[in-house]
Ligand binder design. Structure first.
Ligand code: G1P
Length: 294
C-alpha cells in the first residue's frame, strides 16, 4: 500500500437513539467520558496516528460537532483576560494548528458505507482511516489507529480492527473469517454484516477502526443496501477482498462500546480510575455505591 495515511474519516451522522432523550439535542459523539466528548478521543487517536485531515461526515442536526471544533473567540478572550492559561491551552488544543477539519454532509441516513462514500471528494485517491467514535479504545501504548496504520504500511494492505466476542453477540457486528492468523493479525477470507450466531463464520468481530484503500469508494458506489436495508461498509469490504489482501488485526487496548449506555458507564469508570486526581475518589464512591443500603 503506497502513501501515508493522512485522512481520517469520522462518520457522525447516526441518530443515537439509545441515548434519547439526551440525544434529542446533543449528538451522541458529544457525550462526555469524564470531561471530553467521545469525538475528541477519536480525533486525538487519529492525530496520534499521523493524520492531518479530519473528515467529519455529519447531518444537518449535528452542528454541535462543527461548533466544538470551531474557534471559540469569546470564551478564549474571557479566559485570556482572567489569566487562565491552562484552560485556554486546553480549548485551543481541541484541534492542533497543523490539522484541518472538513465537514461533509450526508443528506440521507443510508448507512455506514454511504457515509464513508460521502468523504470521497476530500480523501481522493489515497489510503485513509475510518474511526467510529462510539468505539472508544483505551490503551497505555500506541493508539489503535496508529497500530493499524503501522501494520497497513508494513504489510502493504488494508487493515480492519477486530476483537473476539461471545457467539450470541455476532448479530451486532461485522464478523470476519480469517486464515493464517499469526500473532495479532490474519488474512480475511470472508466478512459478513451482523450474522445470526448460527450463520457466523467466527466470533471475530469488527471494531470501528479501519485503514482502507481508495478502491473501496468505487466499490461503495455499486454496493446495494444490505443488512438493515443500509449501504454497509462491510459489503464493500467483502467486494474489495476479491481484488486485494485485507488483514484482520487484534489491536492492543480495551474497547468500550459507547453506543450503549452500559459501555459509556464502563468507559467513564475506566478513564476516571486512570486519572491521577480522580482515581482515589472514584474508588471510594464505588465502594460506597456497592455497600448494602440501610
Ligand atoms: C458498525 C459496522 C459493523 C461493526 C460495528 C463496530 O455497526 O457496520 O460491521 O462491527 O460498527 O462497532 P454499527 O454498530 O454502526 O451498527
Amino acid at each position: 500500500m503506497s502513501g501515508r495515511v493522512r485522512c481520517a474519516v469520522f462518520p457522525v451522522a447516526g441518530l443515537g437513539t439509545r441515548f434519547l432523550p439526551a440525544t434529542k439535542t446533543v449528538p451522541k459523539e458529544m457525550l462526555p467520558v469524564v470531561d471530553r466528548p467521545l469525538i475528541q478521543y477519536a480525533v486525538d487517536e487519529a492525530i496520534e496516528a499521523g493524520c492531518d485531515t479530519l473528515v467529519f461526515v455529519t447531518n444537518r442536526y449535528k452542528h454541535a460537532v462543527a461548533d466544538y471544533f470551531d474557534k471559540a473567540y469569546e470564551l478564549e478572550q474571557k479566559l485570556e483576560r482572567a489569566g487562565k492559561s491552562e484552560l485556554l491551552a486546553m480549548i485551543r488544543d481541541v484541534l492542533p494548528r497543523q490539522v484541518r477539519a472538513v465537514f461533509v454532509t450526508q443528506a440521507e441516513a443510508l448507512g455506514l458505507g454511504h457515509a464513508v462514500l460521502c468523504a470521497r471528494p476530500v480523501v481522493g485517491d489515497q489510503p485513509f482511516a475510518v474511526l467510529l467514535p462510539d468505539d472508544l479504545i483505551w490503551n497505555r501504548g500506541p493508539g489503535a489507529t496508529r497500530q493499524l496504520v503501522e501494520l497497513a504500511a508494513r504489510e502493504q494492505a488494508s487493515v480492519v480492527a477486530v476483537q473476539d466476542v461471545p457467539i450470541e453477540q455476532t448479530r451486532s457486528y461485522g464478523i470476519v473469517a480469517t486464515r493464517d492468523f499469526t500473532g495479532r493479525h490474519g488474512e480475511i477470507r470472508g466478512i459478513v454484516e451482523k450474522p445470526r450466531p448460527e450463520e457466523a463464520p467466527s466470533t471475530l468481530a469488527v471494531v470501528g477502526r479501519y485503514v482502507l484503500q481508495p478502491r473501496i469508494f468505487g466499490l461503495l458506489e455499486s454496493t446495494k443496501p444490505g443488512a438493515g436495508g443500509e449501504i454497509q461498509l462491510t459489503d464493500a469490504i467483502a467486494a474489495l477482498l476479491a481484488e486485494q489482501r485485507i488483514l484482520a488485526y487484534r489491536f492492543e487496548g480495551r474497547r468500550f462500546d459507547c453506543g450503549s449506555r452500559i459501555g459509556l458507564i464502563e468507559a467513564t469508570l475506566q478513564y476516571a480510575l486512570d486519572d491521577e486526581s480522580l482515581a482515589g475518589p472514584t474508588r471510594e464512591l464505588m465502594r460506597q455505591a456497592l455497600r448494602p443500603a440501610g
